[in-house]
Structure formats: structure tokens, C-alpha cells
Design a protein around this ligand. Sequence first.
Ligand code: SF4
Ligand code: SF4
Length: 93
Amino acid sequence: MADQINKIEPDGNPEIGEEKVHVFEAWCKKCGICVAFCPTGALTSDANGLPLLTYPEKCTQCGMCELRCPDFAIAVRPREKKEPKIVTTGESQ
Ligand code: SF4
Ligand code: SF4
């Protein structure tokens, strides 16, 4: 239980820290749905069937694992929004 939710963020979602994907072990029933639906193969199951972000570099933070989990046992950190680029053509009017 030590890795469970530390606090709830203002938007009502649990704080999941800096990691891309967090598994709430106490809620996970080790069904493997999240692993099966991960489109990049970033998630695998450990020896006990618990999902593990084995290849974090492959994780695109698409949210599919979180969406498919029937027990709300996995959370994906939202992608950071990038500032829009301002493109100038160098031409003056
Ligand atoms: S967020 Fe997407 S890419 Fe990352 S582990 Fe979940 S399903 Fe896979
Ligand atoms: S889909 Fe949810 S309950 Fe099933 S293994 Fe993944 S995190 Fe655990």
C-alpha cells in the first residue's frame, strides 16, 4: 500500500508523480487488459501479472491503458502541452 495515492490533485485525480504510468497495485486484479491494449508494447506483465512499464521510452502517454482498465488501477500522466511556435516569414507588409 506504500505506493498508493499520496494525495488528490485539485482536478480530483490522484497525484501520480513524475512517472508516465502508475499502477495502483491494491486495485489491480492483474487481468492484463492494459498490457494487451498498449499500442506500443511499452507495458508488460511481471511474474505476478502486475503491469509494468518495461519500456518507458516507447510510452506515448496515449492513455489507452487507463481507458481500458476496468478497475481504475492505472493512471497515465498527461502529456505536457508545448507552447505554440510562432513562425515568421521575414516579410513585412
Ligand atoms: S499510455 Fe499508451 S503507450 Fe503508454 S503504457 Fe499506456 S497504453 Fe501503452
Ligand atoms: S487493466 Fe487494470 S486491473 Fe487489469 S492488469 Fe491492467 S491495471 Fe490491472
